[in-house]
Write a new protein. Structure first.
Length: 255
């Protein structure tokens, strides 16, 4: 069932989102060659504790970490690990914060050291695709409008949109309906209503879009070993347009 959030619930989720956005800004200063994603995971968990919040994904279906850390060809759900990041890697850190029962979800792809021109271009396109999708998240539009905006921006540039993983409704639990596809046809799908809170989180590949699953049962990666990037925001559908709950202070430049 799709739940419409009250103004009070929206405010609480916004506070969780502000905390998560602030954590990402701190993470951006930590990521460099030689750092491990296990260390980054510990940083996030400590940050949560200091701010009276908890990692919602830890324990979800047995998941053991406060973050997902997906490197290079890993699309999503990479496990934090003890091997150091290398100069030129890209890494996506995804986390869900629970602050006083209110949830916020955001993923961000970071360059480690100096990225290749190919990696930087992928990150730039994926980042912009997120905001192209968010622009369509308004009352009266349909889910297909979001997916179409992302797909029609990405594919002419030679990239592909991952189909196997989607955005979703959120709050009071982690994954709720509706599914938010990052591809599709305009005017199709569920109509968006005021009070819906969703995530938009395009995963974009340089190569083919299908994924394969690692033996750990969680980590998805590209079938051809190509790079993948992801950016994600949690947002609420309002009468005045989309309100990004996990905004890091730059959304106004793209909306």
């Amino acid at each position: 069932m799709i739940t419409l959030k009250s103004k009070r619930e929206q405010r609480m989720m916004h506070e969780a989102g502000k905390l998560l956005a602030a954590c990402h800004k701190q993470l951006s200063k930590q990521i460099k060659p030689g750092v491990t994603t296990a260390e980054l995971d510990h940083f996030v968990e400590d940050y949560l504790k200091k701010n009276g919040a908890t990692p919602e994904q830890k324990g979800y279906n047995g998941y053991k970490y406060a973050t997902c850390a997906s490197i290079n060809d890993e699309i999503c759900h990479g496990f934090p690990r003890s091997s150091p990041l290398q100069d030129g890697d890209i890494v996506t850190i995804d986390s869900v914060f629970n602050l006083n029962g209110a949830l916020a979800d955001s993923a961000w792809t970071y360059a480690v050291g100096t990225p290749s021109p190919e990696a930087q271009a992928l990150m730039d396109v994926t980042y912009r695709a997120l905001y192209e999708g968010i622009k369509q998240a308004k009352v009266g539009n349909r889910i297909g409008d979001i997916g179409h905006a992302i797909q029609s921006y990405v594919e002419p540039k030679g990239y592909t949109v991952v189909r196997d993983f989607t955005g979703h409704g959120i709050g009071p639990t982690l994954h709720e309906p509706p599914q938010i596809l990052h591809y599709g046809s305009p005017g199709k799908g569920l109509r968006l209503k005021e009070g819906m809170v969703i995530t938009i989180e395009p995963m974009i590949n340089i190569g083919e879009y299908p994924s394969k699953l690692d033996s750990n049962g969680w980590t998805a990666r590209t079938v051809d070993g190509s790079l993948s990037a992801q950016y994600e925001h949690t947002l609420v559908i309002t009468a005045d347009g989309p309100l990004i709950l996990t905004d890091q202070g730059d959304a106004h430049l793209y909306m």
